[in-house]
Design a protein around this ligand. Structure first.
Ligand code: KG4
Ligand code: ZN
Length: 346
């Protein structure tokens, strides 16, 4: 079975082809990505209307590229998968519209995929794929969640952020330090030259006893610190970046370890854009090695949004429900879900 996946929920257009044979782990044949970062940079963040228009420009050429890269023709595609939500409404409409048009033209079913399920299952695209069950730390630009994952579609929410996501904390702190968009990678690069203990920043909810997160206060503390530094900010920016990163990473680390303790599981999967963070990976690797916990990440280039994770999530859904995956449709009347809690999938 050949599955075409289309991702267009935010600022990257991603297309991929995955092949699923029986119950074997689906294989990525090819994928292509166009990042809109350069276009949005001038505005300091994603401009939704510009994002939708650019997805329209990119999605068909990327689809052609992916088919050519895998030496497949469009007619050989069995299912067209697309990101149904959550995300920017206009941006989602582009991927959904194109997927449904392709499905209708080919006479093949379409499958709307949950973007976070794509992230969650993206480590299955790596050489060292995980096995169920595991604890998942899902850290994207808009979400910070800990989940117990017992199988495809079997997700139990253990804790989540009550305000900003970790990715937002990176982005907002970076922005107020003048590091531009997207802030996470820029802040993390600068942090490598700084002293992580230079500034005492809060570790919100670290000792709350539950698995929830809160990062809004941290951003305010970074702002206060930046204002206090005044003219010295330029000279101390790397130290402030390093201290901010240390605060975010420590909370993510401690809560992940608490989730492992609470569930008794010995496997951790990290997914979403912040999973690309080097300091987070180093800290998790060291702690998990001590505790005899296996930790899995998506490949670095598949941490942020891409089409491969959407095709993969669709393939794994189809395998787990061979009689017909929930959401598989031949009516081609797509309805996107800009807001869509992952729990509704179960
Ligand atoms: O998963 P993703 O691509 O998009 C969403 O679904 O939201 O995540 C994007 C987020 C942004 O907040 C970005 O700043 C952050 O991931 N990010 C990073 C790094 N790379 C991406 N944060 C920290 N360190 C990184 N290396
Ligand atoms: Zn994402």
């Amino acid at each position: 079975m050949l599955i075409l996946g289309i991702e267009s929920s935010c600022d990257e257009t991603g297309v991929a082809l995955v092949r699923a044979e029986g119950q074997a782990l689906p294989r990525l044949l090819s994928h292509a990505l166009f990042s809109q970062i350069a276009m949005h940079q001038a505005y300091g963040g994603v401009v939704p209307e510009l994002a939708s228009r650019d997805h329209i420009r990119r999605v068909i050429p990327l689809t052609r590229e992916v088919l050519a890269g895998a030496h497949q023709s469009l007619q050989e595609v069995d299912v067209v998968a697309y990101t149904r939500g959550p995300g920017l409404a206009g941006a989602l409409l582009v991927g959904a519209g194109v997927a449904c048009a392709l499905g209708a033209a080919l006479g093949k079913p379409v499958l709307g995929v949950h973007h976070l399920e794509g992230h969650l299952l993206s480590p299955f695209l790596s050489e060292d794929a995980p096995e169920f069950p595991f604890v998942a730390l899902l850290v994207s630009g808009g979400h910070t969640q800990l989940m117990q994952v017992d199988g495809v579609g079997r997700y139990v929410l253990l804790g989540e952020t009550i305000d900003d996501a970790a990715g937002e904390a990176f982005d907002k702190s970076a922005k107020l330090m003048g590091l531009g968009y997207p802030g996470g990678p820029a802040l993390s690069r600068l942090a490598q030259q700084g002293d992580r203990t230079a500034f005492k920043l809060p570790r919100p909810l670290l000792h709350s006893g539950d698995l929830d997160f809160s990062f809004a206060g941290l951003k305010t503390a970074v702002l206060t610190q930046a204002q206090k530094l005044g003219d010295q900010l330029a000279a101390r920016k790397a130290d402030l970046a390093a201290s901010t990163e240390a605060a975010i990473v420590e909370v993510l680390l401690k809560k992940s370890l608490a989730a492992l303790r609470q569930t008794g599981l010995k496997r951790l999967v990290v997914a979403g854009g912040v999973g690309a963070n080097r300091h987070l990976r180093e800290q998790l690797n060291a702690a998990c090695a001590r505790l005899n916990v296996r930790v899995h990440y998506p490949e670095l280039h598949l941490c942020t949004d891409n089409g491969a994770m959407i095709a993969m999530a669709a393939a794994m859904r189809l395998q787990s429900q061979p009689a017909g995956a929930k959401g598989l449709s031949t009516t081609y009347s797509f309805d996107i879900k800009p807001r869509w809690p992952l729990a509704e999938l179960a």
